[in-house]
Design a binder for this molecule. Structure first.
Ligand SMILES: [Zn+2]
Length: 512
């Protein structure tokens, strides 16, 4: 008797309070606010842990980071993209194949009395060990362009011979154009039946820099072209050296001897999760959130000073920080989906040339013309924890949403610090921008590229222990909220008039 009314009161209180509580929280409290600082700190301590060995693309620590992110998506009930099998262990993985090239090998190219030495006069760009004695045939730039009715191989028989070509194209001799056309030249020479290729490298840059840069271990996107699987020996020889050019243009035969360059294919995934939007009319459009999770590795791989005590380049700031922001958005947006859908893309291969994002935009898992916005998170570090820095804030049409999101978590916004660094075009956002998608990068706070930024940027001391965890928490919450506000907008953001990516946007979004 005494217990009964008490129990009734308690039960009715429960019955009334429970749904009311749930409704109230869903309606008035942002999911971002329910994420604890412990959760963001825990993600950071895992992703930037020594055990992950600097998350170098293709190495085990990198794959463990990818697995961690994928299993966070799964735990949160986030779907893979509709085309993936949700029951598969690798449902969230978009595997990217990379080609790893070992260091330049030894060898020599002999032409009559002249001997040109590998590592001094030339570099092997690809190819296995070989000892070729063959006729040398000059084939201009080694290219063909049917549109311009131009074929450097016209009238030439190069079968069983070694081909000599100029670098670049008749119009362009920039280093990037030389690199871009070099693979095409090799493939063409192989198709024509050549045994080897010698390219007279002549770019407006010192030969010793070319030598240093291209002699080391290299990693790039693997070619889907089968002919590249067994590449012919291909040398870049110093085309600034008059003696070399004179000799090679004058001789009829050469001996091309090389110990070869080791080639290995490694895989590393982009980790992709999908949150369907809540508004039936808008859900086929989506906001793409990205952050690269790879870093540079251990010891020599880091390319900077290290010590026996600290040889691991943990990349806590670059870019475990942004990856934590991505995971925070994954949780908050899955719990409380915005109107438009959200595609979460944790990217690999950023540190080796934005390759994960480059691969993604060439092989998108959802149509790119339905992607209204990319919010990327990446950064060198922070020197001001009262702000976030946003590359492209004034160009990409979502300034209000980004400022409001930052303010909600007590942060200001600084637009485009260090313009001399060209930072907008130095992170994965640019892969999306080139396709026309408005794509700013949301970075930890700094106003110039100095002080604490340089102290930690790509340094072995960029460890999780030195992170301001309160700042990480608020930064991550602000990132998620910014994405939410953009995804909830009535009208999609667009580039500022006259922006260099505006044309690409017109082409992308005007498709029928
Ligand atoms: Zn980065």
């Amino acid at each position: 008797m005494k217990i009964y009314p008490l129990l009734m009161t308690a039960m009715s209180a429960l019955l009334i309070a429970q749904p009311g509580f749930t409704q109230k929280r869903k309606k008035t409290e942002l999911a971002e606010k329910s994420i604890s600082a412990l959760e963001t700190a825990s993600h950071m301590r895992f992703l930037a842990a020594d055990e992950l060995q600097g998350r170098r693309t293709g190495d085990m620590g990198n794959k463990v980071a990818a697995r961690y992110i994928a299993e966070q998506y799964r735990r949160l009930g986030i779907s893979p993209v509709p085309t993936a099998d949700p029951t598969s262990t690798d449902a969230y993985f978009q595997q990217v194949s990379f080609e790893k090239l070992g260091r330049n090998g030894s060898g020599e190219i002999t032409a009559q009395a002249d001997r040109f030495i590998s590592g001094k006069d030339w570099i092997l760009m690809s190819g296995e060990a070989a000892d070729l004695e063959a006729e040398l045939v000059y084939a201009g730039f080694g290219l063909l362009n049917p549109e311009k009715n131009w074929d450097d191989y016209k009238g030439l028989d190069v079968k069983g011979k070694i081909v000599l070509v100029q670098s670049g194209t008749p119009d362009v001799q920039t280093p990037s154009e030389i690199i871009a056309t070099s693979t095409t030249k090799r493939q063409l020479a192989m198709e024509k039946g050549a045994l080897g290729l010698i390219e007279l490298f002549d770019a407006p840059m010192p030969w010793n820099i070319v030598l240093n840069y291209f002699s080391g271990e290299k990693i790039g996107l693997a070619s889907s072209n089968q002919t590249d699987q067994k590449a012919i020996p291909h040398a870049w020889i110093n085309g600034k050296e008059a003696n070399i050019v004179r000799t090679l243009r004058g001789v009829e035969r050469v001996n091309f001897k090389t110990s070869g360059r080791q080639r290995q294919i490694v895989n590393s995934p982009n980790v992709v999760g999908y949150i369907p939007g809540a508004d039936p009319a808008l859900k086929d459009q989506y906001v793409l959130l990205s952050a690269h999770y790879d870093h540079v590795g251990v010891g020599k791989q880091g390319g900077q000073a290290y010590s026996a005590q600290d040889s691991i380049f943990n990349g806590a700031r670059d870019n475990a920080f942004g990856s934590v922001a991505l995971l925070t958005a994954a949780r908050a947006l899955a719990e409380q989906p915005p109107k438009r859908s959200v595609l979460l893309v944790a990217l690999t291969g950023e540190e080796i040339g934005l390759l994960g994002s480059q691969y993604y935009v060439e092989n998108p898992l959802l149509p790119l013309d339905k992607c209204i916005f990319n919010l990327n998170s990446d950064g060198a570090g922070y020197s001001d924890t009262t702000i976030v820095a946003v590359m492209g804030l004034d160009r990409t049409g979502a300034k209000n949403e980004i400022m409001k999101a930052a303010k909600t978590f007590g942060l200001g916004v600084f637009a485009d610090p260090s313009p001399e660094q060209g930072l907008f075009d130095r992170s994965d956002n640019v892969s999306f921008a080139r396709k026309g998608i408005p794509a700013p990068t949301f970075s930890p706070g700094f106003t110039s590229f100095s002080g604490d930024i340089m102290k930690y940027y790509h340094q072995a001391i960029d460890n999780p222990e030195s992170i301001n965890f309160d700042y990480l928490h608020r930064f991550s919450q602000a990132f998620s909220l910014a994405a939410r506000l953009v995804a909830d907008r009535e009208v999609a953001p667009s580039w500022t008039k006259g922006d260099k990516y505006e044309k690409a946007a017109q082409a992308l979004y005007s498709k029928p």
